[in-house]
Each structure stands twice: as structure tokens, then as C-alpha cells.
Design a protein around this ligand. Structure first.
Ligand code: ADP
Ligand code: ASP
Ligand code: MG
Length: 401
């Protein structure tokens, strides 16, 4: 008898009818003789609706209260799914993050799982119950409810699988990991398997199918993840350790992220301490920076640009005010019509020329890019959002994705 963690995302439990389908899949696993822990997200778009309600309640809701509010979505789905399972004659119990022993640390709305006390889970498993755990939430050492960042139910599922050393099955509205988001490029190809490193890179660069932190945990503890459809019975994709069978192409996937805010600070007097101050202020507000570029000095002044997530826009005005007090007459502009397109592949470590190839494809098709960054296994370009579809289609075709 094996233990399996299954996770169902919001669209898979969006209605009671969908929950009934999900329950049948859970029961199939249980009937194989396996112990099953199920992690679920909030129904459909209910987390978005909760966030919208908070905006009506307050112009600047506290992050602690946001966590309290957002965590309620998952409590609705765990209780309803447990009721459905019980009606089908299976003994199920729902647990909030706290009840499941999920301990977190960090700042509200962006917590990390620090440990899981699995005593209660083990007790219920021994009693033969199907355990339905609320994804996306836990409790910090102050006893406050916390959440793990959007898409965080993946992290709950993988962290539980890592703690209990078992396979994690992520069931979603797509039947596996594709080399390009099939919603953006319908000719995208499904991958049989992908390495942790490539999936981590794809997730962090915009492939919303998996939460980045979840893949990081799976990689750290070497826990295989199987991603498949919650509706169909097609073969899905394994996320696992890199092996020779994955070798071949330089590029495994292409990702797109619209969650890009580009901030440019003009007229910065060219002193190392000024540049340091900009990034100190950003760190003080926990603004996570992605790409950074700086122009060559002209008459002792430089322009500094960086990209971050659009949700950080709220802090930029405050930071600008503080910077003006310290480094004088700077001008700050914000551009939200920016998209980041990235190509990813472990093969790039051995094969050169990928960047040159993409530059040529952009040049031949009149696509201007603003910034470029590279890692060992990816190259990212920021472009105008209006060029997104054209860029994705042309790149995917030219790069044989
Ligand atoms: P869930 O609610 O189950 O967590 P998500 O919406 O978070 O589901 O993730 C599934 C979505 O991820 C798919 O609908 C798909 O459009 C998107 N996606 C983005 N990149 C990829 C990719 N490379 N392969 C598969 N799906 C992708
Ligand atoms: N319900 C949360 C969200 O919408 C967590 C998740 O779906 O994984 O972000
Ligand atoms: Mg998700």
C-alpha cells in the first residue's frame, strides 16, 4: 500500500458537479489500496472574488487580514469535498492548514512552509480516512493564519509529499506540461517529463501551471511530481531529476509573463552609493527585483531601470518620495505594458548560439526588446505587450517548439 498526495486546483473544484468528478478520481486511488491525502484550492475564481471584496472594504487592507480573508476560500472547498466523499460512502476528514500541522514563516500573504507536524495526519491515515487538506494556508509562530502566495496550493501538496516521502499528483485543467502554454500557442507539444531545474525556471518565468516554490521543494527532497488532467485520463508529465533521456534540444520551453512592471529612474547622479540606496529602499519594502539595467554615465548621470511584479506598484510612489529626499532631482517612470518572453532549456549549457538566434528572429520580424537577462538555462527578453502574440508564435515556430 502506497501513500499518494493528490492536488486539485480551483477550476477542478469550481462547482459541486466538478467536485463529484474529483471525488471519483480520489476514490479510484483509494480503491487501489492506497492511502490518499488530497489538497484542494478554493473553488473557481473565489480567491479573486475575496480580494475584490477586500478592495471594497478598504483602500489599504492589512496583509494579516488579507490572509485571514483569503484562507476562507479553501475552507469552503475542503468541507464540501469531504461531504461529497462521505456521500459516496468513503470516510473523509477535512483539515485546515493549521489542523494539518502546516507551520509557516515570513511576511503575510507570502509565507513559506517552515515545517509540517504530521502527527494528526498520520493518526487519520491509520484510521483509514481520506484526508482533505486546505491548500495555500498555514499558521505562523504567532498563531496567525497565513497564506503562501498565489497558486500556493501546489506548495502545500508538494511539501506534504516531501514530508511523507511519497508521489505528488497535481491534477489541473491542462493534461500535462507543454513546451509553451497551450492557451497562447495551440500547437504546443506536451512533454513526457521535464527536469526540476527547467520546471523551476519555467514556473518562475511565468508558466503558471506550477508554483515555483513547489518545484523547489520537490527538487530539494527529490519528490517526483506528476501533472495531469483532472477531467481526462490521458498520460501527463513527470517533473523529476534530470536524466539522459531528456537530453537533445537546446530549448525545452518558452514562457510568457505579463506580470511585469518596468520602472526607470532617470537622472541619477553616478555614484555607487546612490545605486546602492535605490536597491536598499526596494529591499526595505520587500520589492522583489527581476531584471536590472543601467545606462552608461553621461555628464555624471545614469538612468537605472528594473522590472518587478505589477503588484509592487503600490510601493514605488513611496520609494520614489524617499529616494528624492536622499538623492535629489530624479525622475521616475512606470511602464506596465511590458511582457517578458523567455526561452528555457538545460541544453543551453552545452549549446551556444541560442541568444543570437532569438535576436535574429526578433530583428527579422521587427520586434523590439527593451531588456535581456540570462541565467545558465534561460534567456529572457522584455518586449512591448502589443508584440506578445506575434513574438510567441514566431519564436515557437522558428525554435521548433
Ligand atoms: P490550477 O487551478 O489547477 O492550479 P492553474 O491555472 O494554476 O491551474 O494552471 C493551469 C494553467 O496553466 C493552464 O490552464 C495553462 O493555461 C497554464 N500554463 C501556463 N504554462 C503552461 C505550460 N507550459 N504547460 C501547461 N499549462 C500551462
Ligand atoms: N486559491 C489560491 C489562489 O487562487 C491558491 C491556489 O489556487 O493554489 O491563488
Ligand atoms: Mg495553480
Amino acid at each position: 500500500m502506497a501513500l499518494v498526495v493528490q492536488k486539485y486546483g480551483g477550476s477542478s473544484v469550481a462547482t459541486i458537479d466538478k467536485m463529484k468528478d474529483v471525488a471519483k478520481r480520489i476514490i479510484k486511488e483509494k480503491d487501489k489500496g492506497n492511502d490518499v491525502i488530497v489538497v484542494v484550492s478554493a473553488m473557481g475564481k473565489s480567491t479573486d472574488r475575496l480580494i475584490e471584496m477586500s478592495r471594497q472594504a478598504s483602500s489599504n487592507p492589512s496583509k494579516r487580514e488579507m490572509d485571514m480573508l483569503m484562507s476562507t476560500g479553501e475552507q469552503v472547498s475542503i468541507s464540501l469535498l469531504s461531504m461529497v466523499l462521505s456521500d459516496y460512502g468513503y470516510d473523509a476528514v477535512s483539515l485546515t492548514g493549521f489542523q494539518a500541522g502546516i507551520k509557516t514563516q515570513g511576511v503575510h500573504t507570502k509565507n513559506h512552509i517552515s515545517d509540517i507536524d504530521v502527527k494528526k495526519i498520520k493518526k487519520y491515515l491509520e484510521a483509514g480516512k481520506i484526508i482533505v487538506v486546505a491548500g495555500f494556508q498555514g499558521m505562523n509562530n504567532q498563531g496567525d493564519i497565513t497564506t503562501l502566495g498565489r497558486g500556493g496550493s501546489d506548495t502545500t501538496a508538494v511539501a506534504l509529499a516531501a514530508k511523507l516521502n511519497c508521489l505528488c499528483k497535481i491534477y489541473t485543467d491542462v493534461d500535462g506540461i507543454y513546451d509553451v502554454d497551450p492557451r497562447l500557442y495551440p500547437e504546443a507539444k506536451k512533454l513526457d517529463s521535464i527536469s526540476y531545474e527547467e520546471m523551476m525556471e519555467m514556473a518562475s518565468l511565468g508558466a503558471g501551471v506550477m508554483e515555483t516554490r513547489a518545484v523547489e521543494i520537490a527538487c530539494k527532497y527529490n519528490i517526483p511530481i506528476y501533472v495531469a488532467s483532472s477531467k481526462e485520463n490521458k498520460m501527463g508529465t513527470y517533473i523529476k531529476e534530470y536524466d539522459e533521456s531528456m537530453e537533445g534540444k537546446a530549448i525545452t520551453g518558452l514562457t510568457v509573463s505579463d506580470d511585469v512592471l518596468m520602472v526607470t529612474i532617470n537622472n541619477v547622479s553616478y555614484k555607487a552609493k546612490n545605486i546602492a540606496l535605490i536597491f536598499e529602499k526596494l529591499a526595505k519594502y520587500n520589492v522583489n527585483i527581476d531584471m536590472i539595467s543601467q545606462t552608461a554615465p553621461i555628464n555624471g548621470y545614469v538612468n537605472v531601470s528594473f522590472t518587478t511584479s505589477k503588484e509592487e506598484i503600490q510601493y514605488i510612489n513611496e520609494i520614489t518620495k524617499e529616494l528624492k529626499e536622499c538623492i535629489g532631482d530624479i525622475e521616475v517612470s512606470k511602464d506596465i505594458d511590458i511582457t517578458k518572453v523567455s526561452v528555457i532549456g538545460i541544453g543551453m549549457m552545452k549549446q551556444s548560439g541560442v541568444a543570437a538566434n532569438v535576436f535574429k528572429i526578433f530583428a527579422d520580424n521587427n520586434i523590439e526588446f527593451k531588456q535581456v537577462t540570462t541565467s545558465e538555462i534561460s534567456i529572457s527578453y522584455t518586449i512591448e505587450s502589443e508584440d506578445k502574440e506575434k513574438a510567441v508564435t514566431i519564436l515557437a515556430r522558428e525554435l521548433n517548439l
